[in-house]
Design a protein around this ligand. Structure first.
Ligand SMILES: [Zn+2]
Length: 337
């Protein structure tokens, strides 16, 4: 008896289908801000909830919400699960346990759908600018990835990165832990179109393709308007790599000391169509988003006709862009040849 070949079973199957049929891949939305809605306190480590008997159901409920909304891929609740960040909570001896548990919770909800092991930045700065050695960074990410792999993730999802060397360390660590698993990397371009460490989208994709990744892109940041410029800039450089767009639900605003996000599901749905037209294949959302956002994005991506990129203009300018609109149009038409 053979399984149906029409239902993608792995992340690479999803990518292959996307390449073949031009179908986007729907990602999930926020985890951290969703857990805060159900009692996680700002500053507390969300990863601890993966092992607390009275909290595990809340983590699973977030996953369930996104799966029910249609996400093809969900990310584990392990964004801060590296030893450097866990050390701030004196949890650095529990890296394996917390990550394995996070992977198992997502796996238990996901069934046949794809579980990506979420790996966020160390929160430290690498030498020589900072104090973290490259070797220590590799080892820290390896330890996290080992827990995620033991819990059954299908791939690693390295996100919110701003330093290319730290990305390299994370990829190296992940490959040491599980050489067979695909890796996706997204960086955060939240500083006038650059990452905090000064990396442009064009530089990011130029360097990241050397790491043999399954997909590359941008996440978090200042909302979809800025992310569409990131996707556009990356697509100008490479046309052969699947791009990821996982924007925050709008530009974060501090209200009473709390970051709040005001992009509605309808706004994010339209943004998803634009991100798709600008060249993103894997589309989801980041901080401030909810299953309602993902459901609306799914409907926009799958039930509405795609937008024609030739009719679109970027909402915000590209980083370091000097070209005029007509130059951009010319470059875009060249890209489509
Ligand atoms: Zn975010």
């Amino acid at each position: 008896m053979t399984l149906s070949t029409t239902i993608p079973r792995t992340f690479l199957d999803l990518l292959e289908r996307a390449g073949r049929d031009g179908q986007p891949i729907l990602l999930d939305g926020a985890m951290g801000t969703q857990l805060m809605e159900v009692g996680l306190l700002f500053g507390d480590p969300p990863e601890l909830w993966n092992v607390l008997a009275d909290k595990q159901a809340k983590v699973r409920a977030v996953h369930r919400g996104y799966l029910d909304a249609g996400s093809d891929v969900i990310l584990t609740n392990t964004f801060g699960g590296n030893p450097f960040r866990l050390k701030m909570h004196n949890l650095h001896d529990r890296v394996f346990e917390l990550n394995k548990a996070g992977a198992e919770l997502a796996r238990a909800e996901a069934g046949d759908r794809v579980v990506a092991g979420d790996i966020g930045p160390s929160g430290e700065i690498l030498q020589p600018t900072g104090t973290l050695t490259y070797a220590d960074a590799v080892e820290g990410f390896r330890a996290q990835a080992q827990g995620l792999a033991a819990g059954g993730v299908d791939l690693f999802w390295i996100e919110t990165m701003s330093d290319l060397r730290e990305v390299q360390a994370a990829v190296e660590g992940a490959r040491l832990a599980a050489p067979h698993l695909p890796i996706v990397v997204t960086m955060t371009f939240d500083t006038r179109g650059f990452t905090m460490m000064g990396v442009s989208p064009a530089e990011a994709i130029t360097e990241l393709v050397k790491l043999d990744l399954a997909a590359i892109g941008g996440n978090c940041g200042n909302g979809p308007d800025e992310l569409e410029a990131v996707i556009y800039a990356m697509r100008m450089v490479r046309q052969d790599i699947p791009l990821v767009a996982k924007s925050n639900a709008g530009m974060p605003k501090m209200i009473n000391g709390k970051a709040t996000y005001d992009a509605s599901p309808a706004v994010m749905a339209e943004a998803a169509r634009r991100l798709r037209a600008f060249g993103a294949t894997l589309i989801g959302a980041c901080c401030g988003s909810t299953p309602a956002h993902i459901r609306a994005m799914k409907s926009a991506l799958f039930d509405q006709p795609p937008l024609d990129p030739a009719t679109l203009t970027l909402t915000v300018p590209l980083a370091r862009r000097r070209a005029s609109n007509s130059d951009r149009r010319e470059r875009r038409s060249r890209r489509e040849v």
